[in-house]
Design a binder for this molecule. Structure first.
Ligand code: AMP
Length: 471
């Protein structure tokens, strides 16, 4: 790479305001991502854009930076609006915009259902220049006359395909009546189905198209693997893979809510730190689960596509596709949860005979390079678990000052030496860690279910590992 090439791949090369550069620096973004490199110059030049890019590629800053650049920080009126499908995405986008616009003094307000409308109205009245919101609540505030969009010059439709999926087509169309025709519009969407083409035709003006093909699950670092497993054995196979791979954090996608419940209960009964996310969780509960997931207290989230919308976690090591989705696009959305910027990731699909038609369809559609895995054997799991425990015990060994050596020698010779050592090791492991099992439905708390295990079930409830301490 020549020096000039390096120079053109910096945020400074976009000719951004010093305040914006300072904010980006404070966020530790060193180099623009691919989508940012392509979208930012065009957006700054005033072009309408269609950007085919999924979450995790840096797309928020791809529109966030041009928005901040275009805002007149002195003007206390709404100048830009971002519509997103979910409250979580709204909150995340608003937070990122707030950070990018921090030094310039740009004020962004998040508007979504389930939160106090009065607080949001206060934010608008306080002079928010950017509104980020879900279509329903935005429309509500427009109709009440609390939100005025007459000064909007920049409109973003974020995750537009999801907005359509969630049935927001009418709201989006209604909102357009409140936004001036003289504006710049950018549409971001992981997929471009027919409905999105209609939106592009109706609301965008000769847009430039940016399509980052490697986005489409070609994210090179992601390993796409699959295991053939009869439907009735999937839970067990999933558990074995988790035991072998020890994901630092994973999402497990199911097709139905019943499946979500069954899988999360099963894993919880094995003692794994798991929680399920369902769409009827209260916002508060959802946030609690998410913050415990981010903190590593919960390591596995089980969800349907609908329930997982808007959940954005950067460092998932694994995505498990428990049942193959009907639409190939959903595979991309699921798989795209891992392998975020510069990170590696694993996608593991559990494929039964019922899944085969859909599975082959998605493999062909995206020309996925799929690697078949075998079901982990008990020996492999035991070996891996032993290795992990040994490495932890090695850490303990460092604490030994040598004064116990005579005792250890005696133990070595003792007829019950092995039993004593086993008991000591167990005690030590139990002390140093504890696993927390969480289910959003308290009445179904898996702790109580442990005793329900059948006599044939060998697995003990595993205590003794604190998430993220062992890899
Ligand atoms: P997004 O696709 O907007 O959800 O971004 C995914 C993640 O990448 C977020 O955590 C961003 O904060 C982060 N990110 C965005 N742009 C950059 C960048 N240029 N360098 C490093 N991280 C970034």
């Amino acid at each position: 790479m020549t020096t000039t090439e390096i120079d053109t791949k910096t945020f400074r090369a976009f000719g951004l305001d010093e305040t914006t550069l300072r904010s980006i620096g404070a966020m530790h973004y060193e180099h623009p991502t691919d989508v940012q490199l392509e979208a930012i110059p065009l957006a700054l030049a005033g072009k309408d854009l269609v950007v085919q890019s999924r979450t995790g590629t840096g797309k928020t800053a791809a529109f966030g930076i041009p928005i901040v650049e275009k805002i007149d920080a002195e003007g206390a009126f709404v100048q830009a609006m971002v519509l997103t499908p979910t409250r979580e995405l709204t909150a995340q986008v608003c937070e990122e915009l707030g950070r990018i616009g921090h030094d310039k003094g740009v004020k962004a307000e998040a508007i979504y259902g389930g939160e106090s409308i009065e607080k949001q109205i206060d934010g608008i009245r306080a002079g928010a220049q950017v509104i980020v919101g879900t279509p329903g609540r935005v429309l509500d505030l427009l109709r009440r006359g609390e939100l005025k969009l007459g000064g909007v010059r920049f409109l973003v439709l974020d995750e537009a395909d999801k907005m359509l999926d969630m049935g927001f087509a009418q709201e989006m169309s209604d909102i357009m009546h409140f936004v001036p025709g003289e504006r710049q519009t950018c549409l971001f969407s992981a997929t471009i189905p027919l409905g999105i083409r209609g939106i592009i035709h109706n609301y965008l003006n000769e847009p430039s198209w940016i399509s980052l093909s490697e986005d489409f699950a070609y994210v090179k670092e992601v390993r796409h693997t699959y295991i053939m497993a009869p439907a009735a054995q999937k839970e067990d196979v999933l558990y074995k893979v988790i035991e072998l791979d020890q994901p630092t954090a994973s999402m497990i996608f199911c097709n139905t809510r019943n499946e979500v419940r069954s899988v999360s209960t099963f894993l919880a009964r094995q003692g794994l730190p798991v929680a399920m996310i369902s769409s009827d969780l209260t916002q508060k509960k959802r946030e609690q689960v998410m913050s415990r997931f981010r903190a590593g207290t919960i390591r596995h989230l089980v969800a349907t596509d609908v329930a997982a919308r808007g959940i954005d976690i950067d460092d998932l090591s694994h995505v498990f596709i428990y049942s193959t989705p009907d639409s190939p696009e959903d595979y991309i959305h699921r798989a795209g949860r891992t392998g975020r910027i510069g990170r590696s990731g694993n996608v593991v699909s559990l494929v039964s005979a019922n899944d085969l038609v859909n599975f082959n369809r998605q493999a062909n559609r995206y020309e996925l390079e799929l690697i078949e895995r075998e079901v982990p054997t008990a020996e492999e799991i035991t070996k891996r678990r032993t290795e992990r425990l040994l490495s932890r015990l090695e850490e303990v060994a460092l604490e030994n000052t040598g004064e116990l050596t005579p005792l250890v020698d005696a133990l070595w010779e003792h007829p019950k030496g092995k039993l004593i050592v086993a008991a000591l090791v167990k005690k030590r492991l139990d002390e140093t860690s504890k696993v927390e099992v969480v289910d959003e439905d308290e009445s179904d708390a898996p702790k109580e279910n442990v005793s329900e295990r059948g006599p044939g079930q060998q697995r003990r409830r595993r205590r003794g590992r604190r998430p993220r301490q062992v890899s």
